[in-house]
Design a protein. Structure first.
Length: 82
């Protein structure tokens, strides 16, 4: 999905994708992070924190494209404190 977005998005683009170990594809403008599935791991937790940081401070004129497919709940897990 990340590569398809890159190939078809005409303007500026930056992002982060979390995928299963061994499923990384080369992208130019979107960073790919690998994490565990189906059991969440530290890599997925760190990626979730990074994604939250990327969208904090965005305003009404900013656009966020969020693509999720099967496994997203394990790959992007960020449990609440405590």
């Amino acid at each position: 999905m990340a590569r398809a977005v890159e190939q078809h998005w005409p303007g500026p683009l930056a992002g982060l994708v979390v995928t299963r170990y061994g499923h990384r594809v080369p992208c130019e403008r979107i960073e790919i992070v690998e994490a565990a599935h189906p059991v969440p791991d530290e890599a997925g937790r760190r990626a979730a924190e990074r994604i939250l940081g990327m969208v904090q401070g965005l305003g009404p004129d900013d656009l966020v494209v969020f693509l999720v497919s099967g496994g997203g709940s394990a790959l992007l897990a960020l449990p609440a404190p405590g």
